[in-house]
Design a protein around this ligand. Structure first.
Ligand code: AMP
Length: 582
């Protein structure tokens, strides 16, 4: 039974965003009152003050590295008020694939509350445009491994922390359709078996499914790539009512066997639909005829998966989900009909206190002398209501779980305002991933180069399944290495052109100049065997990542030796650019 009142959620959002400035001050006051006893704030001499001016004057901007010693003490079991008034009892593990290292972050009930608020808000707006009935949702969601820290705290991914919350489950059942898979599948100990069963359960309830979801688009694409491999086996399971012997985890077997009964007509219909598809185009609406949309984060590092996702989704709308991180939520997608490429996120002014560091483009002269910051110089942070449309900023978060003026490392652009709160477009991670000397390339630069070069493969109907990069300085001069996994084999001539195109597409002045004078060597394209990126995924899941929260690392450093080893051991061919040869 759905008791959720869409109009009241929208009204509440409209009210809060109309007085965004007031809510920001109030939220900061609450955060500082709740945590006034925390050692961190006491040491900074706030002395009980809760106004933004005193706060900004005394509390410095920090990065994760600055807070690490405090978080370490918390995870080692020190329960004194370190970062928060009330002791922290759980830790979230960030996916760690952006920086190559998992970060520990404090987690508490207030973060569950803000998750619900964000989900409810975007759901209300989505449902106004794409109403869904009382049916179910095929959700590719996974609990990740839970580990105990030295001090006995539970550490797991933020999504697992949220999905395990009883309160969250109750609220979600009210506002979202019930997941087609039982909890035993979501929290199963083997993600491959869970994925198979998500697909199977989704098909058992195919007529009832209202939408398809995963946290990130990567996981949606990964699910349907897997479906291409296992669909016949799933049909057999449904026809005979007996679960495949590949499902060996007892809890998953038992839970799924309870809902699996022989259904030859459903199996035949799935079989016929699958054989009738051309290269799996539109498989989602074909098999889930009542689904209204496909939902998940599709922006930022998920953009490279959009093309494939559109292929599977056929005529179904793709809707990009909200913007948040293990550090906390930032904004909700309240314009659901915008295509993912244009998706924006309205900041909720009462879930945290937000500041924005303006990024000013550097002039040419400054650019040449700048070795530290990339293309930009930084100014003083501004408040939520002071940001300007069209400008780019780095997001700074103060939350209820012990992060104070924390630089998130994400760059956003302000596209407009919803009442008095800004709507943000996610641009990129701030950090450089490829840099040898004066060259400066971000994850976004790499993505654009890969997109440009991949166009050369399109004529042959070959896709780049996934990609990453590495800076090889083992030879003099150092050079960029790009790893590609392809959907099928291409020929040497085309791949060599792709390699040249990659090299030429890194257009920043530092790279081009260095290439011209051979201070950086020719770019190298290495093609890896099919399935290599699944091995990388498998490795990260073993470390505690969740499949649904997985982001492929876009650069693999020498210190990430295990992943580099997986990639290098699976190289089938490599090409060196001749783009800068005279
Ligand atoms: P994690 O804490 O490991 O889940 O990663 C959080 C990071 O994922 C954020 O800081 C962003 O860089 C990225 N992210 C999260 N949500 C979005 C979104 N809607 N669009 C683009 N990037 C996102």
């Amino acid at each position: 039974m759905r008791v959720f009142n869409i109009e009241s959620v929208i009204d509440e959002f409209e009210t809060v965003t109309k007085s965004a400035g007031h809510h920001q001050r109030e939220t900061l006051r609450k955060i500082l009152e709740q945590n006034g006893k925390a050692e961190y704030l006491k040491n900074l001499g706030l002395g009980g003050r809760t106004d933004p001016e005193s706060y900004k004057a005394r509390v410095p901007l920090v990065t994760h590295g600055d807070l690490e010693p405090y978080i370490q003490r918390i995870s080692d079991g020190d329960s004194s008020p370190i970062l928060t008034g009330k002791p922290i009892t759980s830790i979230s593990l960030s996916s760690g694939t952006t920086q190559g290292k998992q970060k520990y972050l404090p987690f508490n009930e207030e973060l569950v509350q803000s998750t619900m608020q964000i989900f409810q808000t975007s759901y209300a707006f989505r449902n106004r445009e794409y109403p869904i009935g009382d049916g179910k949702a095929l959700q590719f969601i996974y609990g990740s491994k839970q580990v105990k820290t030295n001090g006995g705290l539970t550490a797991t991914t933020a999504t697992t922390n949220v999905y395990r919350s009883e309160q969250f489950k109750r609220t979600m059942n009210d506002i979202q359709s019930q997941c087609t898979s039982p909890d035993e599948v979501i929290f199963g100990s083997d993600y491959r078996q869970s994925l198979y069963c998500h697909l199977l359960c989704g098909l058992i309830y195919s007529d009832e499914v209202q939408f398809i979801f995963s946290t990130f688009a990567h996981s949606l694409v990964h699910s349907f790539r897997t479906f291409e491999q296992v669909w016949e086996e799933i049909c057999t399971d449904i026809r005979e009512g007996v679960l495949s012997s590949r499902i060996t985890v007892p809890s998953i077997r038992e839970a799924v066997s309870k809902i699996l009964v022989p259904n030859p007509s459903l199996a035949d219909s799935i079989y016929q639909k699958c054989v009738g598809l051309s290269n799996w185009y539109g498989v989602i609406p074909e098999l889930w005829p009542n689904a209204k949309y496909v939902y998940g984060v599709m922006t930022g590092s998920m953009e490279p998966y959009l093309k494939k996702l559109r292929h599977y989704a056929g005529n179904l709308p793709l809707m990009s989900a909200d913007y948040g991180s293990s550090e906390g939520w930032i904004g909700a997608n309240v314009n659901p009909s915008l295509p993912p490429e244009l998706a924006t996120f309205a900041v909720l002014p009462n879930i945290g206190y937000f500041e924005f560091i303006p990024l000013e483009k550097l002039g040419m002269q400054e650019l040449e002398s700048s070795l530290t910051s990339i293309h930009y110089k930084e100014a003083e942070p501004v408040d939520l209501t002071e940001v300007e449309v069209g400008k780019e900023y780095e997001v700074v978060i103060t939350n209820f779980a012990g992060l104070y003026r924390y630089r998130l490392g994400d760059i956003v652009r302000v596209t407009g305002f919803h009442n008095c709160t800004p709507e943000l477009q996610f641009m990129r991670r701030r950090s450089l991933i490829l840099s040898i000397n004066i060259d400066k390339n971000t994850e976004k630069d790499l993505q654009l180069s890969v997109e440009a070069a991949a166009k050369l493969l399109a004529e042959e109907k070959i896709e780049v399944v996934d990609f990453t990069s590495h800076v090889d300085t083992s030879t003099e001069p150092g050079h960029y290495v790009i790893f590609w996994e392809l959907s099928s084999v291409s020929n040497d001539e085309i791949l060599h052109s792709c390699c040249n195109c990659l090299d030429l597409s890194f257009a920043d002045a530092g790279y081009v100049g260095s290439r011209k004078v051979s201070a950086i060597g020719p770019l190298e394209l290495r093609i890896v065997r099919k399935g290599t990126f699944d091995m990388v995924l498998h490795y990260y899941v073993g470390l505690g990542a969740a499949l649904s929260q997985f982001k492929a690392p876009r650069c693999v450093s020498q210190s990430n030796s295990k992943v580099l080893q997986i990639l290098c051991m699976n190289v089938t061919s490599c090409y060196f650019s001749t783009a800068y040869e005279n």
